[in-house]
Design a protein around this ligand. Structure first.
Ligand SMILES: NC(=O)c1ccc[n+]([C@@H]2O[C@H](COP(=O)([O-])OP(=O)(O)OC[C@H]3O[C@@H](n4cnc5c(N)ncnc54)[C@H](O)[C@@H]3O)[C@@H](O)[C@H]2O)c1
Length: 321
């Protein structure tokens, strides 16, 4: 890990997601240093200027500048938001080929400058590109993390909170699997105030399983709905990325659903996929294994198979599950 007494985060890709992440990071004063890198140098430069003008209004001033890959050498975290985004009607997996090429060059440039920290990947398809970042970088699996289903779990908790009229922070529920069409809700362990959600719908006539199913569909398809309305999604993911960054830099040991490498956990092997994991200064301390029911396990297996089929077109992936 780099030896320095201030936390530095390097952002690569200052598009809608990246610059929203920068904005959230500065407003929450998560790191002492924040460097912005983009192929479009003017965009990185403009963002750095704009953000610096608001510094005086933030809880603590973050040293912010537009930079180069050399600045990654002393970074604790490199967050990659660069690449093509989803066009209307395009699935996240359609983006694979375009973004793999971009990632090879970015990760090579970061590593060539002596980076020895933690990669945080947001670009889609995030599970595939996190695996690619792990392969391209040669870093230990714990130090390569994808945003995975953090946003999906956030959407899920928000919608459940609205439905049951409680704060989303009091809803404990996860979406796991691919950040995409094959993701799944873990209903068997979704609780509110310690009460299982599936028990709540039995106890009260005004709550139904059909409504819960609709909530999940709205979670799964949220990106499509937002893209149709405004072209892209960025605030929610930016806040999620900021939360992950904070958990790492503050050595929190907090649990979030991120894209983590599975090496036998959940009976799945050699894939990055959204699961709950403990995050701290070492990256992913460990994956949390929820005791899934049969249906959930089957869905997770399916999700992992879909990801592995895509990965195997590009990498030598173990085919064990
Ligand atoms: N993980 C999630 O939950 C989540 C949510 C929303 C969006 N995303 C993904 O985030 C990614 C970015 O989305 P966006 O809306 O910000 O896109 P965008 O087009 O607004 O921004 C992409 C940025 O990447 C830069 N870029 C492209 N190639 C580069 C390279 N080789 N080196 C450096 N910079 C480069 C571009 O100049 C641009 O500024 C997309 O893949 C999108 O699907 C992920």
């Amino acid at each position: 890990m780099p030896k320095q007494n201030v936390n530095r985060v390097a952002l690569i890709g200052a598009g809608s997601v990246g610059s929203s992440y920068a904005f959230a990071m500065l407003n929450q004063a998560v790191a002492e240093e924040f460097v912005i890198i983009d192929l479009n140098e003017n965009k990185a430069m403009g963002d750095a200027m704009d953000l610096n003008h608001g510094k005086v209004f933030a809880p603590n001033p973050t040293k912010t500048w537009y930079g180069t890959y050399e600045d990654c050498r002393d970074a604790d975290i490199v967050c990659i938001c660069a690449g093509a985004n989803q066009k209307p009607g395009e699935t996240r997996l359609d983006l694979v080929k375009k973004n793999l090429v971009i990632f090879k060059s970015i990760v090579d440039d970061v590593m060539a400058n002596g980076f020895d920290g933690i990669f945080l990947v947001a670009t889609n398809p995030v599970d595939v590109l996190t695996y690619a970042t792990w392969k391209f970088s040669g870093l230990p699996k714990e130090r390569v993390i994808g945003s995975g289903t953090i946003l999906d779990s956030g959407r899920f908790r928000y919608l459940l909170g609205e439905y049951f009229d409680v704060s989303p922070s009091s809803v404990h529920a996860s979406i796991i699997g691919e950040h995409g069409d094959t993701e799944l809700p873990v209903w068997s362990h979704a609780t509110i105030g310690g009460v299982p959600v599936l028990e709540l719908i039995e106890r009260h006539d005004n709550y139904t399983k059909e409504d819960l199913d609709e909530i999940f569909v709205n979670v799964r398809d949220a990106a499509y709905q937002i893209i149709e309305k405004k072209g892209a999604t960025y605030y929610g993911i930016a806040m999620g990325l900021t939360r992950i960054t904070k958990a790492i830099l503050n050595n929190e040991n907090s649990i979030m659903t991120v894209s983590a490498y599975l090496n036998g956990e959940y009976n799945v092997d050699d894939v990055y996929i959204g699961v709950p994991a403990v995050l701290n200064r070492t990256g992913i301390r460990n994956v949390v294994e929820i005791n899934l029911n049969e249906e959930e396990q089957e869905k997770l297996n399916h999700s992992a198979t879909v990801l592995k089929d895509i990965l195997s077109e590009q990498f030598d992936v173990k085919q064990t599950n």
